[in-house]
Design a binder for this molecule. Structure first.
Ligand code: GLU
Length: 471
C-alpha cells in the first residue's frame, strides 16, 4: 500500500436524493478507509447553487448515517461545503496565473458559440481555439494552459490505464468571467487541500479526470490514485432510475429494506469474494479492496436484494426487529398495544414470513388490530351455529387456564379436539379465522400467548357473535 496516509472522500452534489450508485460509491470509500485505517471525508459539492438545497444535504447525510457510513471529517464542521471555500479557490487561481499556467480570455459568448456551431457543422467536438493564450489579458474567464501535444494517462485502479490525447482536450475554464470557479477546478483544489490520496468515484467522472490531472500538474501537486466505479443499471440495461421503481437509498429504506442488507447488497454489486453472498460489516472491512471491483456495469437485481433482506430479517433478534418495524407499524396507521417483550416475541413469529419490513407489518397486522373482517370463504366454512358453539367452548376453557403459554394452550386444544371428536386442524383454523380474520398465520398457540388471555377472549367473543350471524 502507498506510504502516504489513506484519505478518501465522498463528494455528493446535493441536487437530489442519494442514488444507490452514490450510496455504493460512499460505501466503497468508507470500506477502503476503514480497511487501511485511513480517513473518510464527506464533502458537499454545492457550487451549483440553483440545484443544491439544504434539504437535499439533510437527506443525504441522513441516508449515509442510516447506512452506518460515519465520516471522520465533514459537516457539520464548517469548511466542507464548496460554497464555504471560495477564498481557497481564488487563492489557487491566482497561483496558477502567477506561474503562467493559466491565462485570461475575453472571448464573448457569441464568438465561442459561433466556433461551437462551426465545429458541430464539421461533426467535430468543440474545443476552444486558444485564441487568448498569448494575449496577456488581465481579466476575463481564467483558462488552464494545457500542453498541446502528448497525452495524459489515467492509471485507474479499476479500469487500468486509460489514455486521453491532449488534442482532444482544450484550455478549459477554471474561473468564469463573473469570478465563480467551475466544478472541475473546485474538485481539484478540494482534493489537493484535503490531501486526498485516492479518488474513488463514479465512472461518469472518468472523462473529467485528464482535465483534473493537468490541473494538479499545473499546481505542482502530486496526483492522487483514481478508481472509477461502474454505473448501476436496471434490468433493461439502462442507468438505474426512478423508472425502475426505487433508485435512492431513501426509497429502499421506505420499502422496508434494512441497512445491513442494503450495505451487503451494494458491496456485492461489482465486488466479490469468491461466491460468498452474505458478509458482516467487519468481514467487508477486512476483505474489501478497490482493486477487486469489476469494471463492467452492474445490474441491479431487486429480487436478490429482497432475498438478502429476508436472510437478515430471519437472523435478527425480536427486539431489534421491533425497533426497525415501529415506524412501519405507525405508517400503516396501526398502534402498538403489546409491551416490549410481547412485541419482540411477535416479531420473531413473523421474521421468516416477510421479505421486507413493509411485508412484515402486513403479515403481522393482526397483532396491532382486531380483525376488521373475516375471510368470507373461510367464514362460510368455519362459522355458523356449530362454529359459534365451538368458539364458546374454547373461550370457556381458555378463560380457566392458569398459565396462558403456548404449550398450555396447545394442551387445551388437544383435549377439546378429542372431547368433540374433531381434528386439531378444525379448531385451529376456526381460531385463526377468529383471531386474525384469515386462515394463514404464524404458529397459532404462540400467537394466542402473545396476544394474551384478555385479547384472545375478546376476539373469540367477537367472532362467536359474527359466527352466529352466518347461516
Ligand atoms: N459531486 C460529484 C457527484 O455527485 C462527485 C465528484 C467527485 O467525486 O469527484 O457526482
Amino acid at each position: 500500500m502507498p506510504d502516504i496516509p489513506v484519505r478518501v472522500r465522498f463528494a455528493p452534489s446535493p441536487t437530489g436524493h442519494l442514488h444507490v450508485g452514490g450510496g455504493r460509491t460512499a460505501l466503497f470509500n468508507w470500506l477502503f478507509a476503514r480497511h487501511h485505517g485511513g480517513t473518510f471525508i464527506l464533502r458537499i459539492e454545492d457550487t451549483d447553487k440553483s440545484r443544491s438545497t439544504d434539504e437535499n444535504i439533510d437527506v443525504i447525510v441522513d441516508a449515509l448515517s442510516w447506512l452506518g457510513l460515519d465520516w471522520d471529517e465533514g459537516p457539520p464542521t464548517p469548511g466542507y461545503r464548496q460554497t464555504e471555500r471560495f477564498e481557497i479557490y481564488r487563492a489557487h487561481a491566482e497561483r496558477l496565473v502567477r506561474a503562467g499556467r493559466a491565462y485570461y480570455c475575453d472571448c464573448s459568448p457569441e464568438t465561442l458559440d459561433a466556433e461551437r456551431k462551426a465545429a458541430e457543422a464539421r461533426k467535430e467536438t468543440f474545443r476552444y481555439s486558444g485564441r487568448c493564450r498569448d494575449r496577456g489579458l488581465e481579466a476575463g474567464a481564467l483558462r488552464l494552459r494545457i500542453p498541446q501535444d502528448g497525452a495524459t494517462v489515467v492509471d485507474d485502479l479499476i479500469n487500468g490505464p486509460v489514455t486521453f490525447e491532449h488534442r482532444q482536450l482544450d484550455d478549459w475554464i477554471l474561473v468564469r468571467t463573473d469570478g465563480t470557479p467551475t466544478y472541475n477546478f473546485c474538485v481539484v483544489v478540494d482534493d489537493v487541500t484535503m490531501r486526498i490520496s485516492h479518488v474513488i468515484r463514479g465512472t461518469d467522472h472518468l472523462s473529467n479526470t485528464p482535465k483534473q490531472i493537468l490541473c494538479y500538474e499545473a499546481l505542482d501537486y502530486a496526483v492522487p490514485a483514481f478508481a472509477h466505479v461502474s454505473l448501476i443499471l436496471g434490468q433493461d440495461k439502462k442507468r438505474l432510475s426512478k423508472r425502475h421503481g426505487a433508485a435512492s437509498v431513501q426509497a429502499f429504506r421506505e420499502a422496508g429494506i434494512i441497512p445491513e442488507a442494503l450495505v451487503n447488497y451494494l458491496a456485492r454489486l461489482g465486488w466479490s469474494h469468491g461466491d460468498q453472498e452474505t458478509f458482516t460489516r467487519d468481514e467487508l472491512v477486512r476483505l474489501f479492496d478497490v482493486k477487486d471491483v469489476a469494471s463492467s456495469a452492474a445490474v441491479f437485481d431487486i429480487a436478490k436484494l429482497e432475498w438478502l433482506n429476508q436472510e437478515y430479517l430471519k437472523a435478527m433478534d425480536g427486539a431489534r426487529l421491533a425497533e426497525l418495524a415501529r415506524p412501519f407499524i405507525a405508517r400503516a396507521g396501526l398502534g402498538v398495544t403489546l409491551d416490549d417483550r410481547r412485541l419482540a416475541a411477535a416479531m420473531e413469529t413473523l421474521r421468516e414470513r416477510a421479505k421486507t419490513l413493509v411485508e412484515l407489518v402486513e403479515v403481522g397486522r393482526f397483532y396491532f388490530e382486531r380483525p376488521p373482517d373475516y375471510d368470507p370463504k373461510a367464514a362460510a366454512k368455519f362459522f355458523g351455529a356449530a362454529g359459534a358453539q365451538r368458539l364458546a367452548r374454547l373461550a370457556e376453557r381458555l378463560r380457566a387456564l392458569d398459565d396462558f403459554t403456548a404449550p398450555a394452550i396447545e394442551a387445551v386444544y388437544r383435549d377439546l379436539t378429542t372431547a368433540l371428536g374433531l381434528k386439531l386442524v378444525d379448531l385451529a383454523q376456526l381460531t385463526r379465522l377468529a383471531v386474525t380474520g384469515r386462515t394463514a398465520s404464524p404458529p397459532l398457540f404462540e400467537v394466542l400467548a402473545i396476544l394474551g388471555r384478555d385479547e384472545t377472549l375478546a376476539r373469540l367473543e367477537a367472532a362467536r357473535a359474527a359466527a352466529e350471524r352466518v347461516a
